[in-house]
Write a protein that binds this ligand. Structure first.
Ligand code: FAD
Ligand code: SF4
Length: 512
């Protein structure tokens, strides 16, 4: 064998130049399903089924193109007791002695290191290709970061808009005369709730997906989550249909309601494309082009289109840059010295708080939650409660169909937990239950009252918010963006502070 091309589950981009290089007479592609990838983060069943199904479809696509593929099914690697990809790959290299191993830079630091180690040990030369999926490479991001005291997303985003001429009138001026329309992106549904939201296109599991689901039930029966509602796109064609469906039916309302939440409405106006983007069935450029076209065709407003594009070329590219810039140390950051164990209800959804039982219950059923549920419900509670950042990171990495470490870790550790000491955010996203009340109907159906911080009916978010500010008063005092919140803490009498601390202790004891 001349060259062995490794393809991991999040590298299913058939347009990558790597595939043009394969000589079917002497080269081959290697892919593997292994147990460890679904166990080191105790992966949701839908997440594992999604990867297996998409990988199996991709294998068939390569074979149709007459590219030789050595595909290791989970049933084979389990029998061979090869639980880690490094074990499967090491044995394979020993047996087939390729002259060179070629791989696109893996999306996860751990996997990149693993590939290097296997090739080193086997004495085979390794060529790592640039990941062309992103607009901004780690090197480009490092260049952007040079000489800056802080790395705010907004400045990176504006640079990206200018550099790629996205939603620009000329090279300098943003369409609509503003870089963002954030103020128009914070609508809630009011008392009447969401009206006639077009349901997203969901894909019925085909034969290959069903076989992946059966394997998941066989090999990962104890893992969390349900398979019943599996309906994720697993091929490029399906991913394109999901994108088209979103642009046509939900993009016009996306901007206004992107932060809103409602009982039993898991998807609302969101796109559901993150999983397909992250395994590279979709390219961010085609997503951006489709949304820009919708604006120019008059199909959706600038506020909706800008709001969406900011997520893709702003936040998504930015967290990718942060990940590669700060790994591996990033993983160990714990700015607020949080040490609490993750409450069990995160795995079961059985919480007495409606916002959490809704947001987690839906993750168990669909392996999905939208951004504000992740940031301002599950993430906010963990930060206020003081959960060890590694424990909440493990949960986010496990439970969402779109979870891959480069995107999940900065969002969790940085944005939602403030554990990275303001690399990602200028201040902690700390709020009382009143924020959740404003953005949803959850509190109307809850036994707690978001306006109360002590007493039987006190909302745990509200209690823990004040406790959080009391506890971290000194640490946060140099953060000028916290000035207003800290001033309010300083107004509390010692007696009230003592009541809050006592109530927070009761909350922690209840969920421990
Ligand atoms: P939409 O709301 O329709 O947004 C469109 C697209 O923008 C998304 O598909 C996604 O690609 C991108 N996007 C939006 N926000 C972000 C963001 N903050 N970072 C990166 N990309 C973004 N996203 C993941 O893809 N994988 C994760 O593991 C993940 N973990 C998260 C953990 C936490 C604690 C938080 C607060 C956010 C996390 N996000 C993650 C970001 C965001 O919540 C999801 O991308 C989004 O909810 C996916 O649903 P959607 O495709 O319907 O997105
Ligand atoms: Fe959540 Fe508090 Fe509202 Fe209940 S009252 S739903 S716990 S924010």
């Amino acid at each position: 064998m001349e060259k062995l091309f490794l393809v991991f589950g999040d590298q299913l981009d058939v347009g990558h130049p790597l595939f043009e290089e394969v000589d079917s007479a002497s080269d081959a592609v290697w892919m593997a399903e292994v147990k460890y990838e679904s166990e080191y983060a105790w992966s949701h069943k839908q997440r594992t089924a999604f990867f297996f199904s998409a990988m199996r479809h991709f294998r068939d696509l390569l074979q149709e193109k007459e590219i030789p593929v050595y595909y290791h099914m989970i049933s084979e690697t389990v029998v061979a007791k090869q639980h880690k990809f490094s074990e499967v790959l090491g044995d394979f290299i020993k047996k087939h002695s390729p002259k060179e191993v070629v791989v696109v830079k893996p999306g996860e630091y751990r996997v990149e290191q693993g590939v290097r180690q296997v090739c080193d040990r086997a004495g085979v030369s390794l060529r790592m290709l640039e990941d062309k999926h992103f607009y901004s490479s780690p090197e480009h991001f490092a260049e952007h970061a040079k000489g800056r005291n802080s790395l705010r997303m907004e400045y990176f985003y504006r640079e990206m808009r200018k550099e790629h001429g996205i939603l620009m009138e000329d090279k300098k001026k943003p369409i609509g005369d503003a870089w963002n329309f954030d103020k128009e992106n914070r609508g809630s549904f009011g008392k009447q709730g969401p009206q006639d939201v077009p349901p997203p296109l969901r894909i019925k599991p085909d034969r290959l997906t069903q076989s992946a689901m059966r394997d998941v039930e066989e090999y990962f029966s104890d893992n969390p989550g349900e398979l019943e509602h599996f309906a994720w796109a697993v091929t490029r064609e399906e991913a394109l249909q999901v994108l088209e469906d979103f642009v046509l039916h939900r993009l016009p309302q996306f901007g206004e309601f992107q932060d809103a939440m409602w009982t039993d409405q898991p998807f609302l106006y969101h796109s559901l494309i993150s999983s397909c983007l992250n395994i590279k069935l979709l390219n961010p450029r085609e997503v951006v082009e489709a949304v820009e076209k919708a604006y120019h065709d008059g199909h959706a407003s600038i506020a909706a289109c800008e709001g969406f594009i900011r997520q893709v070329i702003g936040w998504r590219e930015y967290v990718h840059g942060v990940y590669w810039m700060f790994m591996p140390d990033y993983l160990d950051r714990n700015e607020l010295e949080a040490t609490e164990k993750l409450p069990d209800f995160y795995w079961t959804g059985e919480a007495d708080m409606t916002c959490l039982s809704q947001s987690i219950g839906q993750v168990i059923d669909y392996a999905y939650g939208h951004h504000i549920q992740r940031l301002m419900v599950t993430g906010l509670f963990a930060m206020l409660y003081g959960v060890d950042p590694k424990a909440i990171h493990a949960w986010y990495l496990a439970m969402y169909v779109d979870a891959i470490e480069w995107v999940e870790l900065p969002n969790t550790l940085g944005m939602s937990q403030f554990a990275d000491g303001s690399v990602m955010g200028s201040k902690p996203y700390a709020a009382t239950g009143k924020y959740i009340d404003r953005m949803s109907n959850y509190c109307k159906e809850c036994r707690f009252d978001p306006s109360k911080r002590v007493g039987e009916e006190a909302c745990p978010f509200t209690t823990l918010y004040w406790d959080f500010l009391i506890k971290h008063r000194e640490k946060l005092s140099s953060n000028h963006r916290m000035g207003f919140q800290l001033k309010n803490v300083d107004k509390l009498s010692d007696e009230v502070k003592a009541q809050i601390i006592e109530q927070a202790g009761l909350v922690r004891a209840r969920y421990a």
